[in-house]
Design a binder for this molecule. Structure first.
Ligand code: HEC
Length: 162
C-alpha cells in the first residue's frame, strides 16, 4: 500500500507541523536559557553547543525516537524502521552534502535558512505560539542531544563509487 503510506506520511507531517508545540514541546528536553551560539556565514554553527563531541549511537536513537527528534517522521534514514516520512529530503549520505556546522544550524533552527520550512526548530525556546505552560522555556532537544544527532548525521556519508 504505497499510496496509503504516503498519504499517511503527509497527514502525519502536517499534523506535526500544524500542531507543533502542544505535542512537540511536550518533549521539553532542554531548559532555557539556551546556550549562546554563533552563526557563521549565515548558515552554520561551527562550534559544539556543549563544547563536547556528540555520541553518534545516542544520536541515532534520538533521531528515531518518537518523543524526541522524530526525524524519521519526515526523513528517510538508513535505519531499519517500518515507517519513514518523505516530507523532507532523504538523509542518506547527508554528511557528504553538509558540514557539521551546517547540520547543527539546521537542527537548532532551520528557519534561519528557510523561513517557510516545515521542519521544527529543535533547539529554540522562545517565539512559539500556544505553548503549554509547563513547557514554556524548554527546547525540544537538549544541547547534548543536538550534538549527538550531529555526530550521527556525520556518519551518513555517501558510499564511495569508483
Ligand atoms: C515536520 C517534518 C520534519 C521533521 C520532524 C524534521 N525535518 Fe528535517 N527537513 C524537513 C524538510 C521539509 C526539509 C527540507 C528543507 C526545508 O524545508 O527547508 C528538511 C531538511 C533537513 C536537512 C537538510 C537535508 C538536505 O539534504 O538538504 C537536514 C540535515 C534535516 N532536515 C535534518 C533533520 C533532523 C536531524 C531531524 C530530527 C532532529 C529533522 N530533520 C526533523 C522536515 C522535517
Amino acid at each position: 500500500m504505497k499510496v496509503g503510506r504516503r498519504v499517511l506520511a503527509t497527514l502525519f507531517a502536517a499534523a506535526i507541523a500544524a500542531a507543533p508545540f502542544a505535542a512537540q514541546q511536550a518533549v521539553g528536553q532542554g531548559k532555557a536559557p539556551v546556550v549562546k551560539y554563533k552563526i557563521v556565514d549565515e548558515d552554520s554553527i561551527p562550534e559544539s553547543l556543549t563544547g563536547k563531541p556528540g555520541d553518534p549511537e545516542k544520536g541515532k536513537k534520538w533521531a528515531i525516537a518518537g518523543r524526541l527528534g522524530h526525524c524519521i517522521a519526515c526523513h528517510v534514514m538508513p535505519v531499519d524502521q517500518p515507517y519513514m516520512g518523505e516530507v523532507g529530503p532523504s538523509l542518506v549520505g547527508v554528511a557528504s552534502r553538509y558540514e557539521a556546522g551546517q547540520l547543527r544550524m539546521l537542527i537548532v533552527n532551520p528557519k534561519v535558512i528557510n523561513e517557510d520550512t516545515m521542519m521544527p526548530a529543535f533547539y529554540k525556546a522562545d517565539g512559539f505560539h500556544r505553548v503549554r505552560k509547563a513547557f514554556v522555556g524548554t527546547t525540544m532537544l537538549s544541547a547534548q542531544q543536538v550534538e549527538d544527532i550531529v555526530a550521527y548525521l556525520m556518519t551518513l556519508k555517501e558510499e564511495e563509487k569508483d
